[in-house]
Design a protein around this ligand. Structure first.
Ligand SMILES: C[S@@+](CC[C@H](N)C(=O)[O-])C[C@H]1O[C@@H](n2cnc3c(N)ncnc32)[C@H](O)[C@@H]1O
Length: 202
C-alpha cells in the first residue's frame, strides 16, 4: 500500500487544500484527504444545504463537508465519544452542530430532510443507522457510508468481527430497501483497501 499512499500524497499536493485539524491523541481513523475532497464534491454535486454526519472523531471529514454548504446551510455531526467531541469542538466552526451521543439515540430527535448523510460511526450498527436515517431523507438524498469493504473481509460470511458482520448487515439492509439506488466502490490509498457505499433515495 506504500505506492497507494504516495499516490494519495501526489493528489493532495497537486489538487487539494486540506483543512487544518487538531487530532490531539485520537486514532487516525479519519478519511484521507482525497476521500474528504470526494465528500465535499458529492455534497456540492447534490447541492446540499443540509448535511448529517454520524461519526465525527476530530472533525476532519466534517470540515470537508462544511466547505460545500451555502452560508445558511446546516451541518449536524454526531459523536458518541466525549473525548473526541471535545477535540472536534476545537476544530469545527460555530455553524456546525455537534451532538455528543450514540447516533441511534440522537437520530430520533432530529428533523430532516438532509440532502447528504455520511455514515461513518460504529460499523456494527450501520444497518440500524441506515434504518433510522431513512426518516431523515427525501427523494434525492445521497447516503454515503465509509469502510464497507474492510480489506475484502466483507466476503467472510462466518466472520465473528462485529464490524464485518455490521457491514454485511448494511449490504442486506440496502438491498432490502427498494427506494435506494446503490453501489459500493472499492478504494485503495493511505487508508488501505476499503470502500464507500453510495445510495441515492429515489
Ligand atoms: C471512523 S471515525 C470517524 C472519522 C471521521 N468521520 C473523519 O473521517 O474524520 C468513527 C467515529 O465514530 C464514533 N462512534 C462510534 N460509535 C458511535 C456511535 N454509536 N454514535 C456516534 N459516534 C460513534 C467514534 O467514537 C469515532 O470517533
Amino acid at each position: 500500500m506504500q505506492r497507494a499512499s504516495q499516490v494519495d500524497q501526489f493528489i493532495t499536493e497537486r489538487w487539494l487544500d486540506e483543512p487544518a485539524v487538531d487530532r490531539g491523541d485520537l486514532p487516525p481513523h479519519d478519511v484521507s484527504a482525497p476521500q474528504g475532497a470526494m465528500l465535499e464534491l458529492l455534497a456540492r454535486a447534490v447541492g446540499a444545504r443540509a448535511i448529517l454526519e454520524l461519526g465525527t472523531l476530530a472533525g476532519y471529514s466534517t470540515l470537508w463537508l462544511a466547505r460545500a454548504l451555502p452560508p445558511d446551510g446546516r451541518l449536524i455531526t454526531i459523536e458518541s465519544d466525549p473525548r473526541a467531541a471535545e477535540i472536534a469542538r476545537r476544530n469545527l466552526p460555530e455553524n456546525v452542530k455537534l451532538i455528543v451521543a450514540p447516533a441511534l439515540e440522537a437520530l430520533p430527535g432530529l428533523s430532516g430532510p438532509f440532502d447528504l448523510i455520511f455514515i461513518d460511526a460504529a460499523k456494527r450498527s450501520s444497518a440500524h443507522c441506515l434504518h433510522e436515517v431513512r426518516n431523515l431523507a427525501r427523494p434525492g438524498t445521497l447516503i454515503v457510508a465509509d469502510n464497507v469493504i474492510r480489506g475484502g473481509a466483507l466476503l467472510d460470511a462466518d466472520s465473528d468481527d462485529p464490524s464485518v458482520r455490521g457491514v454485511r448487515e448494511f449490504f442486506e439492509a440496502v438491498a432490502a430497501e427498494p427506494r435506494l439506488v446503490a453501489t459500493a466502490i472499492q478504494t485503495v490509498g493511505s487508508k488501505g483497501y476499503d470502500g464507500f457505499a453510495l445510495a441515492l433515495v429515489r
